[in-house]
Design a protein around this ligand. Structure first.
Ligand code: SF4
Ligand code: SF4
Length: 375
């Protein structure tokens, strides 16, 4: 017997599913969704789960992760219940539920806390970076106070403890989520073949966004005649691969010891190409949300804006730094831009598992589960 949570509807509203109680269960949304299938039926049933307080059914489902928020269902809803928004809220709810510290829940549902926390984190990191900088006089009062009370190695170790704690919380959340997703998995006839085929399908999906392209809303006037670089699936693709490319470029940079001024250095080429891709996607996504060009862009939460804003800021300051380094422009302004770039990038990495960004892990997991069960 499923456990009922009578407070579930109220909780989901806080995650962005504001209008779903208006649903009268007609099924139009499921009928128009191009991704719903016999073995992965959504979104109607999930709004029903939300109304009935069936929390476990939402938390253990892979379906919210198979949805790409194209908004086709929301456009077809006669009650304006926002089924697409509901699926997005269900994803955020699941990320928050599985993350064990409770930080994600606060970041998603308590806007003042989210603002204060991220600003405070930025101030702490920024102050520390400024204090270790050669540009700040060793006799600076704050610098002297910090290093009189804490040695550099203690500060370094504290940073490592925080990073490890955040990493372990993230890992635990992902394990808990994975366990739920894979519970009740039917016995596979040929597990090896099924796993290889599922991995192949997930890889193809991530590389080509073929399911996302399928769920494009053809009735949406804004996107009807636009070329592929402006379509939502490509915006999503650019942000995802741009960010992954930048992560790899940073690691490569560390390993190859980038000489900083060589344009054709491998990590620099990768970083530039990935940065352009990420900026393209983030800029378009911000414009689409500001203009509210389609239903899926009209119900933005603070978490949506924060993630896009951080990606945009990281990209912009990254390119600024690239130009400044190439042109040997060493001055206070560029030192400040470097600190901003580092803070934003660190926040993105640190809060990866505590933000909407965590879907980058959960979606491939759910896709893997989906393709595995198809065998
Ligand atoms: S969300 Fe809208 S379209 Fe879907 S079942 Fe409810 S009322 Fe019908
Ligand atoms: S937003 Fe798109 S993919 Fe998601 S349920 Fe609605 S129609 Fe399907």
């Amino acid at each position: 017997m499923a456990k009922i949570d009578p407070t579930l509807a109220g909780k989901l509203k806080k995650y962005g599913a504001k209008d779903f109680p208006a649903c009268y269960n007609c099924g139009n949304c499921t009928a128009v969704c191009s991704l719903t299938a016999k073995d992965a039926n959504y979104p109607r049933i999930f709004l029903r789960y939300g109304s009935l307080g069936m929390k476990d059914e939402i938390l253990s489902a892979r379906e919210p992760w198979l949805c790409y928020a194209c908004g086709e269902c929301s456009a077809a809803c006669p009650r304006d219940a926002g089924p697409g928004d509901f699926m997005a809220a269900a994803r955020k709810f699941a990320i928050a539920h599985h993350e064990p510290t409770g930080l994600t829940r606060l970041l998603f549902t308590n806007s003042p806390f989210a603002v204060v926390f991220t600003v405070l984190l930025a101030v702490v990191m920024g102050t520390f970076m400024m204090m270790v900088s050669d540009r700040v006089d060793p006799d600076n009062v704050l610098k002297r106070w910090i290093f009189d009370h804490l040695s550099f190695s203690v500060i370094h170790d504290m940073g490592m403890v925080i990073f490890t704690f955040m990493g372990l919380s993230a890992l635990l959340g992902m394990i808990l989520m994975g366990r739920r997703l894979f519970a009740g998995m039917p016995k596979l006839e040929n597990p090896r073949k099924a796993i290889v085929s599922a991995i192949h399908n997930v890889r193809a999906e991530l590389l080509t966004m073929r399911r996302y392209r399928k769920c494009q809303d053809d009735e949406e006037p804004y996107f009807k005649d636009r070329k592929w670089p402006f379509q939502p699936w490509f915006v999503h693709w650019s942000i995802m691969w741009g960010f992954i490319g930048l992560l790899f470029a940073t690691i490569l940079d560390f390993l190859l010891k980038d000489p900083a001024t060589t344009t054709w250095w491998p990590s620099r080429i990768l970083g530039t190409v990935a940065g352009i891709a990420m900026m393209w996607g983030a800029t378009l996504a911000i414009i689409y949300r500001i203009k509210g060009v389609a239903r899926q862009y009209r119900n933005s939460t603070l978490a949506d804006w924060a993630l896009l804003g951080a990606l945009f800021a990281a990209g912009l300051t990254g390119f600024w730094m690239e130009v400044a380094v190439m042109a040997h422009l060493e001055n206070d302004l560029n030192a400040a831009i470097f600190i901003i770039h580092t803070i934003v990038s660190m926040e993105l990495v640190l809060l990866f598992a505590f933000s909407k960004f965590a879907h980058a892990v959960y979606r491939p997991l759910a896709l893997f589960n989906y393709f595995l069960r198809q065998k």
